[in-house]
Design a protein around this ligand. Structure first.
Ligand SMILES: [Zn+2]
Length: 178
């Protein structure tokens, strides 16, 4: 088990420090509101740096090469809560709390999914893992038509809203290691 703060720490300490989006405890709603503004500003800067660091942006570029994909500030500013912004950045870059990445940074012994059907990558988690068939059926229906791809699920606010529902329903990206 590890706390979200720990996850955030190793996330930020990776060579991807430019992905940092500050996460702090909020004691009241005013703090949170002002922090959302900071998050959005930082998300824009994060996006700009991601885009200009071509060696880090391959995964992202593949997604964005699709016509109709909403780009950085527009997309990030349309996503109200900081957790969703962070999740989106993580999934788009592959730097997320799934075993493929956790294994790469030494936090997991194996990159394999607990379903035993392969490596737990973003693609496996979103599209293939048999553990989440029920949640995926709902996602597929919401996104409609049925042909879902990683790029489609992460490409714009309208679709990503449903992807976030899937993520919440699976509980896989929660604050704990499973
Ligand atoms: Zn699996």
């Amino acid at each position: 088990m590890y706390k979200y703060a720990d996850w955030h720490t190793f996330f930020c300490n990776e060579s991807t420090a430019f992905l940092r989006i500050p996460l702090r405890a909020h004691t009241n709603s005013n703090n949170l509101r002002s922090h959302v503004g900071e998050i959005k500003a930082e998300a824009q800067e994060t996006w700009r740096k991601l885009w200009t660091h071509s060696d880090k942006a391959g995964h992202l570029r593949r997604i964005l090469s699709r016509e109709g994909t909403e780009a950085g500030p527009k997309l990030y500013n349309n996503i109200a809560d900081r957790r969703s912004v962070l999740t989106l950045v993580q999934l788009r870059t592959g730097y997320c709390a799934l075993n493929k990445y956790l294994h790469r940074i030494g936090k997991k012994d194996s990159p394999k999914c607990t379903c035993t059907h392969g490596i737990e990558s973003v693609e496996h988690y979103l599209l293939d893992c048999p553990k989440y068939q029920v949640q995926r059926a709902e996602l597929r229906e919401a996104v409609n038509p049925g042909d879902i791809t990683v790029a489609k699920l992460l490409e714009n606010c309208k679709t990503f809203k449903h992807t976030m529902e899937y993520i919440r329903a699976t509980g896989r990206m929660e604050d704990r290691e499973t």
